[in-house]
Design a protein around this ligand. Structure first.
Ligand SMILES: [Zn+2]
Length: 297
């Protein structure tokens, strides 16, 4: 059982073609087809598991962003990078608004919200995954909810953030429309997504960890993000690079490409490729992952 989309889930164009086969290296080892929209260039898994049946595809021990315990060196490193990236994310929203109201959609286990609260932001978080939400509620008992529908309808925010979340949302258009309705006018939506046109994506091809099928349902090129802002009445303020992501994604991709390689070889190659990807990016928007900052018109 799965669902087949007949239109582009972003721009609704019927001009869609099969593009590439990608394997789920992390959990099921199954292959999925990516389709490409001929109009907005969005790549999307099609057919895809429905929202009800995708749960088991998230069920793996090393899904770091939903696990709090340190299990391995890679995870230790990931936690270190995550701490510094949380501080940078709070720095980013502080650069847009001072001590405003924040909604973090897909807040995971809640560390970013916790730090934002510490920096005097008025916060709310939404986390659909029950396992992660329970941990988030442990840190922030009154501020974290399971769905957008549980928010008061008229509640509006100065900043809404989606850090590596947009690519996981089944009801893409419906959810983004609801989110934009919760934004004050002239307020910001901050979206971090992997870039299928980055140098590391090109280098690793179907082994690129950024595809992460079927958990990642979409892959947004810069052109898709332009379509995104047009669809939802937003305007681009700026794009910031996420310079650590190329290293992390390259490390996972090396494991998928050469599963028998030793750990040191893997780290060495991943470091080289991560560095090269950042060097080749040259300008914001071309990095392995990028943060798009939009303003509501
Ligand atoms: Zn499209």
């Amino acid at each position: 059982m799965s669902e087949r989309l007949l239109k582009c889930p972003l721009c609704k164009s019927g001009n869609i073609l099969n593009h590439q086969l990608v394997k789920d290296h992390a959990v099921s080892k199954k292959e999925f087809t990516l389709c490409r929209c001929g109009d907005c260039t969005l790549l999307f898994t099609n057919p895809r598991p429905t929202e009800e049946e995708i749960g088991p595809y998230y069920d793996f021990k090393e899904y770091y962003s939903h696990e709090d315990q340190v299990r391995s060196f890679t995870q230790w490193l990931y936690q270190k990078i995550r701490k510094s990236s949380i501080r940078r994310k709070v720095g980013l929203i502080d650069s847009l608004v001072k001590r405003g109201s924040l909604l973090d959609y897909g807040c995971g286990t809640g560390e970013f919200l916790q730090e934002a609260k510490r920096q005097h932001w008025n916060i709310h978080g939404i986390e659909p995954s029950e396992k992660a939400r329970i941990q988030a509620i442990g840190k922030l008992p009154t501020e974290v909810l399971g769905t957008l529908d549980e928010l008061p309808e008229l509640e509006t925010y100065d900043v809404i953030t989606l850090f590596h979340v947009l690519e996981h949302i089944h009801s893409l258009r419906k959810t983004v429309k609801k989110l934009v309705n919760h934004l004050k006018s002239n307020s910001y939506v901050v979206i971090a997504v992997p870039n299928p046109e980055s140098a590391d994506a090109t280098h690793y091809g179907s082994d690129w960890a950024g595809y992460d099928v079927p958990r990642h349902l979409y892959h947004f090129s810069q052109k898709s993000m332009t379509a995104f802002q047009e669809q939802f009445g937003l305007e681009l303020v700026r794009i910031d690079p996420l310079v650590y992501d190329s290293y992390y994604v390259s490390l996972l991709s090396e494991g998928y490409k050469n599963p028998k390689a030793g750990l040191l070889t893997r780290y060495f190659k991943a470091f080289k490729q991560g560095y090269r990807s950042n060097q080749r990016a040259g300008k914001p928007g071309n990095y392995s992952s990028n943060i798009f900052i939009f303003k509501k018109k």
